[in-house]
Design a binder for this molecule. Sequence first.
Ligand code: HEC
Ligand code: HEC
Length: 226
Amino acid sequence: MIKTLLTVSISLALTASAGIVHAEASASGGKAKAASCSGCHGEDGNSAMPGFPKLAGQHKGYLVKQLQAFKSGARIAPMMAPLAAGLDDQSIEEIATYYSANKISANPAPVLPANDDDDDAPAKTDEQKKAELEKLIHEGGDLYRNGNLATAVSACVACHGPFAEGNRPAAYPSLHSQHADYLIKTLTDFKTGARSKSRENMMHMIATKMTEQEIKAVSYYISTMK
Ligand code: HEC
Ligand code: HEC
């Protein structure tokens, strides 16, 4: 009896460690394959350039879906399309495993872009800029949690979660700590249809109802969520 139990537990232990070894092999294979991506997305998936999305800590299912969408043309992105075209299913799996296992880095405190200043108006004081930014982030937080009832913009929290952690089983992306510039760009692309040809795309339907100001506010807010 004891012998049988031992055998069972040993074989269970072996199966479990084999599983871990396999996962590690796959993530390290992904790291090597992701070498060509690091120039834009950062070595660990934390891109330093605000226009290039961070991939670290993103749900694997979402990453796989996006890479397949770049390949098929379902997601339109001239920069990514030729790169994704060169990846087979196995490489996509491994690269996605690698990035999803990394941790996303927090952003430095946001600043409003300089071009927000009207040339003719007197230069804003630091106090004024700080107050403006705080107001913007506050508006963004309100939209994130409550949506806009008057214009039927859905609350982001419903799908992306209270911490913008996304939804792994549904492959809804995690958003927290993403670069504000990328968020603004991609929400604008959803709005205009530049990201997806499908009019049924959930985010297209939501973003078309958002104003430029709302896109900016919610993007700044999300970028500060840790
Ligand atoms: C020349 C710069 C560049 C390189 C190199 C690059 N990317 Fe990208 N990547 C981008 C840009 C820009 C976007 C945003 C595309 C858009 O929506 O307009 C992007 C988007 C993505 C996204 C979608 C992220 C999201 O949050 O939706 C994934 C996944 C991705 N890249 C993976 C990769 C992988 C894997 C590689 C390497 C095989 C790679 N990228 C190489 C610039 C680059
Ligand atoms: C009904 C569910 C739902 C709601 C509500 C929702 N989203 Fe999304 N969101 C999604 C899905 C699904 C995707 C992935 C779309 C795709 O694959 O093209 C997504 C993608 C995104 C992306 C792209 C992330 C990336 O890395 O490229 C951003 C940004 C985003 N949503 C922001 C928002 C904001 C802001 C709100 C609230 C105003 C919101 N979402 C409300 C489901 C939702």
